[in-house]
Ligand binder design. Sequence first.
Ligand SMILES: *[C@@H]1O[C@H](CO)[C@@H](O)[C@H](O)[C@H]1NC(C)=O
Ligand SMILES: *[C@@H]1O[C@H](CO)[C@@H](O)[C@H](O)[C@H]1NC(C)=O
Ligand SMILES: *[C@@H]1O[C@H](CO)[C@@H](O)[C@H](O)[C@H]1NC(C)=O
Ligand SMILES: *[C@@H]1O[C@H](CO)[C@@H](O)[C@H](O)[C@H]1NC(C)=O
Ligand SMILES: *[C@@H]1O[C@H](CO)[C@@H](O)[C@H](O)[C@H]1NC(C)=O
Ligand SMILES: *[C@@H]1O[C@H](CO)[C@@H](O)[C@H](O)[C@H]1NC(C)=O
Ligand SMILES: *[C@@H]1O[C@H](CO)[C@@H](O)[C@H](O)[C@H]1NC(C)=O
Ligand SMILES: *[C@@H]1O[C@H](CO)[C@@H](O)[C@H](O)[C@H]1NC(C)=O
Ligand SMILES: *[C@@H]1O[C@H](CO)[C@@H](O)[C@H](O)[C@H]1NC(C)=O
Ligand SMILES: *[C@@H]1O[C@H](CO)[C@@H](O)[C@H](O)[C@H]1NC(C)=O
Ligand SMILES: *[C@@H]1O[C@H](CO)[C@@H](O)[C@H](O)[C@H]1NC(C)=O
Ligand SMILES: *[C@@H]1O[C@H](CO)[C@@H](O)[C@H](O)[C@H]1NC(C)=O
Length: 850
Amino acid sequence: MRPSLRQAVVPALMLVSVSQAAVLCNSPESFLPVSYALSAAPVETGLTTCSPEQNYSLSTTTPVLTLDYGVDVAGFPYIDVVSGTGQIEFKYTEDFDGLNQPYGDGPWSFVINLANSFRTETFNVTGPGRIQSALLQGGQRWETLTLLTNDTIVLSDPGFAPTVEVCPLETLPGSFSASTQNYTDIWGLGARGVQLACFDKESQPQTWNITTDGAYIPGQQPANSPLGYGLSDYTLEFMTKIVRGGTGWRVLSPSIRDGPYLILTSDYPSDSTFVNVDTTLLPANTLVVGNGPNIINQTLLPTSANQYYPVSTTIKEETWYNITTVTGASGFDVYINGTLSATVPLVNTGSWGFGPFNDQIAYVKDVQVTSSNGTIIYQNDMKSEHTLAEYGVHTNTLAVCVDGAKRDRAIWVGDFVHTARVLAATTNRVEFIQGVIDTAFSWQLPAGDDGSGLVATQASLGEDTEYKEDYYTANYGITDYQMFFLLVVGDYYTLTNDLAFLTPYWTQVQALVSQMETYLDPNSGLFGNSYDDYYFTAPVTNATSPTALFAYALRKLVPLAEAVGDTASATSYNSTAQTISDTINNLLWNPATGTYSVGLSDVDDYSITAIAFTILAGIMNTTQIESSLATALPNMFYMAGYKDYYSTANSLTTQLSPNTQGFLFEALLISLKNDYSNTTSTAALSAISNLLDVYWPQMLSPSRYYSGATWEYMFPDGSPGIETFTSLAHPWGSAPTYLLTQYVLGVGPKTAGYGEWSFEPIPALIRGGLDGLTWAKGVVPTPSGVVQASWEVDQSTGQLNITAQGPVNSTGIITSSVLTGAWSVNDVPTTLNGSYTVTGGEQVVLLGTI
Ligand SMILES: *[C@@H]1O[C@H](CO)[C@@H](O)[C@H](O)[C@H]1NC(C)=O
Ligand SMILES: *[C@@H]1O[C@H](CO)[C@@H](O)[C@H](O)[C@H]1NC(C)=O
Ligand SMILES: *[C@@H]1O[C@H](CO)[C@@H](O)[C@H](O)[C@H]1NC(C)=O
Ligand SMILES: *[C@@H]1O[C@H](CO)[C@@H](O)[C@H](O)[C@H]1NC(C)=O
Ligand SMILES: *[C@@H]1O[C@H](CO)[C@@H](O)[C@H](O)[C@H]1NC(C)=O
Ligand SMILES: *[C@@H]1O[C@H](CO)[C@@H](O)[C@H](O)[C@H]1NC(C)=O
Ligand SMILES: *[C@@H]1O[C@H](CO)[C@@H](O)[C@H](O)[C@H]1NC(C)=O
Ligand SMILES: *[C@@H]1O[C@H](CO)[C@@H](O)[C@H](O)[C@H]1NC(C)=O
Ligand SMILES: *[C@@H]1O[C@H](CO)[C@@H](O)[C@H](O)[C@H]1NC(C)=O
Ligand SMILES: *[C@@H]1O[C@H](CO)[C@@H](O)[C@H](O)[C@H]1NC(C)=O
Ligand SMILES: *[C@@H]1O[C@H](CO)[C@@H](O)[C@H](O)[C@H]1NC(C)=O
Ligand SMILES: *[C@@H]1O[C@H](CO)[C@@H](O)[C@H](O)[C@H]1NC(C)=O
């Protein structure tokens, strides 16, 4: 049973070790649409406001009910039937355009995601009562209900039974607002996004059910057993009973999204067959064989043309069949109840899995795999609950965040850097950070393994660490995601000082650092060949960006090493960071471009992450920062934002990443705060304005794409950057949320856990550096209570008003070069010398003139 959200919150809070500030909020008991239209086709604009008593009558003249939830929501779709019978197709999408596509904005074929991997679902309406899907939908703003039959059906009370908490922004422990409304609203995009992408423990239920007839599997992406990876030349046998439409399985599948995918369709009896079955894609009594992520194409996940093998007998529903798939050197043979039904010339290596197509349902039991020499190598009657763990479809066992609400819904640790800091600045649900750290370390490969020390970079929600070695390398890919994870560990320490949680993991941190060091090339000293030779932040090895990222991560870990009493590691991490910093400067600085080369083999190109991580890691000196920001960076701006690389071609489909620009943003803010030179500060301000006034506001535009959260990618025209496939609730795009708090307002931890906090309003901002920004205020959650702070300047008189108050057991230091000379502190004339110390919960008001 799915615990109600109210029940789910309480145990989650009991696990919190550092956060007293987490509060129960008024997350709705249901997500309800705000407006609707009844029409012949989906309607985007001019919708009518919903009212609680509203009835919606679907008929042959108005077969389509369009529902707009205003912002992204997540949960189990439901509706009440008032009267009528017939068939209705539900469709879900974030971007309105998905309503015009046959499968909405889906399907999701990349991972098993503990949700419906399809975005359409058909129901047989048999009379009054509630219809509710058994599978959740992870993120959507738009929904249609389309009447498929010549009937009249009256409906009421549509909505989603929540699987996430989304609290009104004003009830969150953290807040930020500014004189520029868009900055306030951009902050809110992150605060909402982390709530859509972070889940309480056990809030995302299993997607298969175990019964005395074996596994009951509703239509979804096939889930593989991890026990068959690397195998070939085997025979897979199982019994299956089609409940509706067909049954589906994989053999020789190297991963969830690869290899042969077989679907056997039924004879489509009229009493169970929906009228919208696509009989071109899936003819009756046919074995349909795809090869790739699915049997239909999806953006970024193309799949080969399908092959069709009509079956000579009638395939009945509610009848058991014995399916035997014999794989060999030239392909595989499929036997149905002992009759050879297809010989398929597809060869590959990998495991078996099960999953019928959209709207189909089937049982699977008595699975057996035999090696070509006759040895039985696998048996599972599919009648024990442990099957859910094996096939990676059990409920989420920890409170975790995924990359995006609707997709991939994978625990991508590399995406999590921004998400973790957004959580701390907004909901303060730090147990989600703990959950992701717990998850990553529970997947860490043990000593002696190939890749020992590595953590899973992309564990799927329902998968079990019992099989972690079987999931290597599939779940561990992208070398620099390991370094992003080390950043998360360092950030969690900085934000919480939670040594009770971190100390037990210290040896695991050391094991990961040691493994990463083995990928430093002995000749160059830069990151070279690795376990997967793949770096997210550079297209080549021997590159600036991943190497600088490692230095940055090590520098963050030095204070943690000291705090856990490991001075040897503190010294060695510090010296490794210094050595590789020197190496980057010696080998990769390019005076011709005025910044670092992407890599040794890519000298003329440069990138925003190379600039960001070399600034954040303290690798650049001030003249290098000046030329990088003033000379190189402007060449990477294209229409709405910064491209990842200077060499990236300019086109209407150039992807502009809010994730990478988030790292750049902090580097710009630090450079502005440090005011290295007038040229640097001017360049930083101009770039900051590009991000805050041009790039991120696109996500605020009241368009068909608006989701209330930040996006995964953007095209230069301001639309989502992977078309309808783009995740529009992707917290990796939410860096401005914590950066507005930490730099535009100016409040951050001075010592780990905010024992000492700092309030450092940036002089260039106070002096009017960003048009329209005259005040900022906010509340910042800390482990011992909140810091409340504000600054406000009257630009005509130059009068500056600064207020601050911290937790009782804390000290705060307000620092700014404008705080010099004659000031009033709580109405008392006081001479200041650049700073003022706030102790023990006192409330201070500083008044002065700049
Ligand atoms: C599994 O069974 C439970 C209990 O009957 C039910 O609530 C849930 O919807 C079922 N799940 C699926 C995917 O059918
Ligand atoms: C509905 O009625 C029309 C006109 O009689 C017919 O063409 C169509 O096939 C019917 N649709 C269904 C699903 O029965
Ligand atoms: C829908 O339900 C009705 C009433 O139980 C039944 O007669 C009909 O066969 C069902 N149709 C489908 C497609 O399941
Ligand atoms: C997917 O698209 C490719 C390229 O257009 C095409 O060759 C292939 O047949 C398509 N696959 C399916 C299943 O339609
Ligand atoms: C297929 O074989 C199974 C036993 O292996 C049997 O129970 C079932 O009735 C057979 N199905 C048909 C349609 O013959
Ligand atoms: C399934 O069929 C194969 C031959 O195709 C046969 O060897 C096996 O015994 C059958 N299994 C069951 C459970 O009937
Ligand atoms: C048969 O194959 C299995 C799995 O490939 C292997 O472990 C086993 O040693 C083989 N047995 C014989 C007798 O060759
Ligand atoms: C990295 O650079 C060094 C020194 O030039 C070279 O020996 C090594 O082969 C390079 N590594 C890769 C993977 O290209
Ligand atoms: C780190 O190294 C620098 C010199 O490279 C040194 O000045 C500093 O004291 C070192 N810090 C620690 C914590 O070892
Ligand atoms: C900064 O680095 C550049 C490039 O390596 C170097 O030419 C310059 O002398 C350095 N400046 C300072 C002040 O160290
Ligand atoms: C740069 O210098 C000019 C002239 O002194 C000044 O007006 C401007 O505010 C400075 N810009 C920054 C960002 O400090
Ligand atoms: C705020 O964002 C909206 C939506 O993109 C945009 O239309 C508007 O121009 C922005 N306002 C300012 C002052 O930049």
